[in-house]
Design a binder for this molecule. Structure first.
Ligand code: PMP
Length: 396
């Protein structure tokens, strides 16, 4: 017999979420996650993926992945520290270090477990972490796992960060103090104030950790937020994902040799979870090569981002204060945002609504992620749909 307690717990909670309209139904994509996707047999302009450069469906990368399957098989076969480290993983890490301008890099199975792994390998219960209040869930979980004291500072509020850094370091309570931030905040598209953060870090000898999941491939001609500000020598841990602009799957930390050496012996997903597949490693390495060789896709991404932003702004939508191609369309009321997204879907545009608790109450929005793979025609069509639905709902 299965557990009655579990059944009661699940049934009550699922029903509760459904009642509040917070139960997230999953829409399966039929086929590839490109600029146009098929859902329930319906073709839609896709403005909701993190495939910033269109690389998830890139022909060269598909070929490289197929070749890796032929030469290395479909699985790595073991964890990295037994015999799951293939030549392809080392090649990828060498390229990631070059891409980020650091001595070395280490890769993981996902960006999420990379944050869990790296934060908890470096910080412990004797330490404190200063964390931007809008940091990603994987940062929050990594901080919790470390057992360090978590001190949240107000979003990009440098006065608050400085005060809290001073208090934490002068308290004498902690061995080490880290400041951790997203490079680009994914719900608004704003950029962390890294020059100021680094300055505060220098003043109080803080360890600096930047999660550049949404900055890599986007800012700094593709090399990321740290490069964008020219701070490669001043950030201790540059974390990134291989699942967004790079188009594949995985996460990494780039930094000094001693940091990477430590992560190789102390970060648990590296020690106890099987490495990414040969196809993933080879395709990621090739994608990194492509980004280092040419800025063409990066330029196209910005061109498309600016075009969509301008189009939506002209229509009278509130697109917030994004500094990147991420284009939120802030509606306000949660139910209106959900209804807006539903109507966009019916009219052929896939742009998911994002509501509390992911964003503050009363700032419900539809978030648009234009990519380098969108054509002007697709963006024009999307803007026309926004105009139609926006007028129909009295939002513009
Ligand atoms: N950090 C940030 C800021 C993210 O947005 C994400 C993905 N949503 C992650 C980490 C996790 O990356 P991945 O999807 O590669 O696990």
């Amino acid at each position: 017999m299965t557990s009655k307690a579990l059944d009661t717990f699940l049934n009550e909670n699922i029903a509760g979420l459904k009642e509040q309209g917070l139960y997230n139904e999953i829409d399966p994509v039929q086929g590839a996650n490109g600029p146009v996707i098929k859902l329930n047999g319906k073709e839609l302009i896709n403005l909701s993926s993190n495939n910033y450069l269109g690389l998830a469906t890139n022909e060269t990368l598909k070929e490289v992945a197929k070749e890796a399957v032929d030469s290395h098989g479909v699985g790595a076969g073991a964890v990295r520290t037994i015999n799951g480290t293939l030549d392809l993983h080392l090649e990828l890490e060498k390229k990631l270090a070059a891409f980020k301008g650091t001595e070395a890099a280490i890769s993981y199975q996902s960006g999420f477990n990379c944050n869990m792994a790296a934060i908890s390998a470096v910080m412990d219960k004797n330490d404190a972490i200063l964390s931007d209040e809008l940091n990603h869930a994987s940062i929050i979980d990594g901080c919790r796992l470390s057992k360090a004291k978590i001190i949240r500072y107000k979003h990009s509020d440098m006065k608050d960060l400085r005060e809290k850094a001073k208090e934490a370091t002068e308290s004498g309570l902690y061995h080490k103090v880290m400041v951790i931030t997203d490079g680009v905040f994914s719900m608004d598209g704003d950029v962390a104030l890294l020059p100021e953060i680094v300055q505060i870090a220098e003043e109080f000898d803080l360890i600096t950790y930047v999660d550049d999941a949404h900055g890599s491939g986007v800012l700094g001609n593709g090399a990321g937020t740290v490069k964008h500000f020219g701070l490669q020598d001043k950030v201790d841990m540059q974390m990134g994902t291989l699942s967004k602009a790079i188009g594949v799957i995985g996460g990494y930390v780039a930094g000094k040799e001693n940091l990477i050496d430590w992560l190789k012996v102390r970060s648990r997903p590296f020690l106890f979870s099987t490495a990414v597949s040969p196809a993933d490693a080879a395709a990621s390495a090739k994608a990194v090569d492509m980004l280092m060789e040419s800025t063409e896709l990066n330029e196209k991404l910005w061109e498309n981002g600016d075009y969509l932003k301008e189009g939506l702004k002209k229509l009278g939508f509130d697109i917030g204060n994004s500094e990147t191609p991420i284009t939120p369309c802030i509606i306000g009321d949660e139910k209106d945002a959900q209804q807006f997204s539903k109507r966009l879907y019916e009219e052929g545009v896939y742009a998911k609504s994002i509501v509390f608790p992911t964003v503050p109450k009363g700032t419900g929005r539809v978030r648009n992620m234009p990519t380098a793979a969108h054509t002007k025609e697709m963006l024009d069509e999307a803007i026309a749909v926004y105009e139609k639905v926006g007028k129909e709902m009295g939002l513009i």
